[in-house]
Design a protein around this ligand. Structure first.
Ligand SMILES: [Cu+2]
Length: 106
C-alpha cells in the first residue's frame, strides 16, 4: 500500500534545486513519486509503507537542503481541496449554543 508524505523543503532557490531534491527523494528505496514545489517549499512524496520519513529527510539533507516532515492530521484525501475556500467558516449560532451547559456542575 502506498502512502503520501509531505515535506517542507528549505534552501531551494531555482528549478535546478527542485530537480536535485526530486532526484534525491526518488533515490530513496520505495519512493515511486516525488513532486517538489519551489514556490510552496513543499515536496509531496508517494512511497511504500516501508519508507520512513527520516529516510526522506536524510536524502534531502544529503543533497544539501533542509527538510522537515509536515504533519497531516488525519486522513487527507486531497491537499488541494478546501484550500483558500471562502465561506468555510460557520459564523451563525449553532443550535446547541446558549443552552447554559456550563454552570451545571458544582
Ligand atoms: Cu537552484
Amino acid at each position: 500500500m502506498m502512502m503520501t508524505i509531505e515535506l517542507e523543503i528549505n534552501g531551494m532557490s531555482c528549478e535546478h534545486c527542485v530537480q536535485t531534491v526530486t532526484k534525491a527523494l526518488l533515490g530513496v528505496a520505495g519512493v515511486t513519486e516525488a513532486v517538489v514545489s519551489l514556490a510552496e517549499k513543499r515536496a509531496t512524496v508517494t512511497a511504500g509503507e516501508e519508507v520512513k520519513v527520516g529516510d526522506l529527510v536524510a536524502a534531502v539533507e544529503e543533497a544539501g537542503y533542509e527538510a522537515k516532515a509536515v504533519l497531516t492530521p488525519g486522513p487527507f484525501p486531497s491537499a488541494d481541496l478546501g484550500r483558500g475556500e471562502k465561506g468555510n467558516l460557520t459564523p451563525g449560532p449553532s443550535p446547541d449554543d446558549g443552552r447554559g451547559e456550563k454552570g451545571n456542575g458544582n
